[in-house]
Design a protein around this ligand. Structure first.
Ligand SMILES: CC(=O)SCCNC(=O)CCNC(=O)[C@H](O)C(C)(C)COP(=O)(O)OP(=O)(O)OC[C@H]1O[C@@H](n2cnc3c(N)ncnc32)[C@H](O)[C@@H]1OP(=O)(O)O
Ligand SMILES: O=C([O-])CC(=O)C(=O)O
Length: 371
């Protein structure tokens, strides 16, 4: 039995939600380029959950359902208020809050498909409200209730900032949410599927997935990209900084990918958004610095920029606090996690691989006083 470190290249399930073939990403067969340019996040949610695009009244109903389900229980708000949130990472707060949401859902352990779909809509709707409430409470501000007349992207920014976003901000958030929505069997999606394959409930699956996304080798990289850019400070420092990191065998956040070899097809959209948004907000240096780093790493290490690299300067130029970058990823990716959970339940089998034992053998137990 040969071990494959990190399960690289192993096909662990069949799925008809998203595919990565020859460095091209599709959701249910629709190119990510097409969706990013033409679609809305709500439409993508429908696509992932139903494996087809909605017709007009279906999209209207989903938007209504999401807007009506956005408000979070007061008990959860009070719970968040009870912590000293200055030392709590928002991903930790999100992980615990989603777990807690399950305590206030009468259907949490009802396992039929219709109930699971209703819970999916509730979780999708409430995640942005949790992130926004956390962001406000820790600044000593009251959470802002969602508005039923705003779409998902606008409502999220409205709840975070307390004001209706400009069109350009809403467009950028909508596109970022589409680009992050699903990605085949990435680590957090796999985590969600492993969890619910025991026939555990949706809240457990999403809570586990948030934990996996939080790590710096996965969704946690976007926050660290901004930390790196901030440390670099000015474009002229970028290459020396990167050289030193590489000499110390440190990884450059936002670079490299387990599956993509030539390039992450989402990065070009985020690069374009970063160029535009940093320019109109008078912060082009973040984009300039990012391009220098991307080109250098491509040249030196042959590694492409991944989705986390340019999303950092995009969110920064939207005025978003840096530790909210990964929670935004989660607000989008939960749509994919939910799609995969529904797909797993439809055709379930326990996920239980093997480990190759490489430890000592034939040991003889010694009583403690003889060791
Ligand atoms: C949404 C997402 O999850 S996208 C990924 C977000 N994560 C990051 O951006 C963190 C930085 N990147 C990485 O750590 C990696 O590229 C990963 C985790 C994304 C993929 O890693 P793996 O497929 O396991 O590749 P692995 O870590 O084994 O690296 C292979 C080689 O490339 C090097 N390498 C990979 N990524 C980087 C990087 N970002 N910076 C410097 N070197 C790198 C490794 O050091 C290793 O070199 P070696 O063979 O000389 O030891
Ligand atoms: O697929 C992966 O390994 C990581 C990734 O890019 C994502 O989850 O979007």
């Amino acid at each position: 039995m040969a071990g494959t470190k990190g399960l690289e290249g192993i096909v662990a399930t069949e799925s008809s939600i998203s595919s990565i073939i020859n460095d091209q990403l599709t959701y249910v067969g629709y190119s990510i380029d097409d969706l990013a340019e033409n679609s809305s996040f709500e439409e993508v949610i429908f696509l992932l959950w139903n494996k087809r695009l909605p017709i007009s009244n279906e999209l209207t109903n989903l938007k209504k359902d999401l807007a009506e389900n956005m408000a979070i229980p007061n008990e959860l708000i009070n719970h968040l208020k009870s912590y000293d949130l200055k030392s709590v990472h928002p991903m930790a707060a999100l992980r615990t809050s989603v777990s807690m949401l399950g305590l206030y859902d009468d259907e949490a352990d009802v396992m039929d498909e219709e109930a699971n779909r209703r819970k999916a809509a509730r979780i999708q709707a409430k995640m942005p409200a949790i992130v926004a409430a956390f962001a406000r409470i820790r600044k000593g501000e009251e959470p802002v209730a969602p508005r039923k007349d705003l779409n998902f992207a606008a409502n999220f920014l409205y709840m975070v900032n307390g004001k209706v976003p400009e069109d350009i901000e809403e467009e950028a958030m909508n596109k970022a949410l589409i680009l992050h929505a699903d990605h085949e069997l990435n680590a957090s999606t796999f985590t969600a599927r492993v969890c619910v394959a025991t026939l555990s409930d949706i809240y457990s699956g999403i809570t586990s997935a948030i934990g996996a996304l939080k790590g710096p080798l996965h969704g946690g990289a976007n926050e660290r990209v901004m930390k790196m850019l901030t440390e670099i400070g000015e474009p002229e420092n970028a290459i020396d900084y990167i050289k030193e990191k590489l000499a110390n065998k440190e990884k450059i956040m936002g670079m490299g990918h387990r599956v993509y070899r030539q390039g992450d097809p989402r990065a070009k959209h985020l690069r374009k958004m970063s160029e535009h948004l940093t320019e109109i907000t008078g912060q082009s240096k973040w984009y300039d610095m990012s391009v220098l780093i991307e080109n250098y790493i491509k040249e030196e290490k042959g590694l492409p920029a991944n989705v986390d690299f340019y999303s950092a300067s995009v969110y920064h130029s939207l005025g978003i606090e840096h530790d909210l970058f990964t929670p935004i990823f989660a607000v989008s990716r939960v749509s994919g996690w939910l799609a995969h959970i529904l797909e797993q339940y439809e055709n379930n089998r326990l996920i239980r691989p093997r480990a190759e034992y490489v430890g000592p053998e034939n040991q003889v137990y010694e009583p403690i006083e003889h060791r």
